[in-house]
Design a protein around this ligand. Sequence first.
Ligand SMILES: [Mn+2]
Length: 282
Amino acid sequence: MRIEIIIVPYDSGRRGFRMGAGPERLIAYGLEETLRATGCESAVATIELADGFAAEIAAAFELNRLLARRVRAAIAEKNFPLVCAGNCNSTLGTIAGTGDENIGLVWFDAHGDFNTPETTESGFFDGMGLATIAGRCWQNMAVSVPGFRPIAGRRIVHIAARDVSAVESELMADASVRVVGAAIIRGSEMAAIEPALAALRKEVETVHIHLDLDVLDPEEAPANEFAVAGGLSVGQAEAAIRMIKSRFAISSATIASYDPAVDPDGRTAKAALRLVTAIIGT
Ligand SMILES: [Mn+2]
C-alpha cells in the first residue's frame, strides 16, 4: 500500500503554533521510516494557507477545503490518506475528501469535541469539531468543503472520553453518537467497545479512524495541555485499533492534537508511531 501523509501544520489557523508543530515533529521523529517498516512507501504533502490575514474560523474551513481536495486526489491515485494535523477538525475535510457517503467514524479523544457556538465556554473552535462533522453546527461553513456531508450520530463511535460537559453529553445522546467512556474501558479492557463496534458494523462497512493523541493517558504519553488523567494505555489503544481493523475496511486516518512542547523526551511521538503501525500494518 502507498501512503500519502498529508500534514496540516496549524493550530487555530496559526502555522506551527502549539499543536501546529506536531505534524512536522512526527515526520522528523521517523513517520516515513515507520511506514517503510510496515512495507509501505510514502510521500508527504503539506496543506498551507495562502499568505495574508485569515480569521480563525475562516482559516479552519479553508484548510479543510484544501485538505478535502488533496485527500480526494490521493485516493484517486490509489494512495491511503494518513492525515497528521494540529487540530481535530481536520477530520472534517478528510472525510469529505473520501467522497464516501456511507462512511463511519471512530473517534478516539479525551474530549467530546461536541460543543456548539451556543454551548462552548472556551471559544476553541476545535471543541466543536465532532459536532460540526455530525451536522450540528457551522452548517453554512461546512457545506463549503467539497464533498462534505454530515455524518449521522449513529455512524459515530466515540472512544475513551473523560472530559465531556453535561451539555455535550446531552447533545451526543440526542445525536445518537455511541460513547464508550474511558472509565468503562479501563475497567473491562477493550471488551467494552465491542457492542458499540458491533452496532456500528450494522450501519457501515468502512470507517475513518480519528486519533486525538490525548486519548492516551498523560502518565504514559502526554499529548497536549488539555490532556486528562485516566486515559488509555498505548497497548489498549493498539488493541482497540486491531478490533476496528478486524471488523471494518479503513478508508483513511487522522492523527491530531500533538504538541511537542509537552513531550520533551519523545515518549508520545514514539507512541504515535506505534499506533500508526497498528493502523497501517497488517
Ligand atoms: Mn482532545
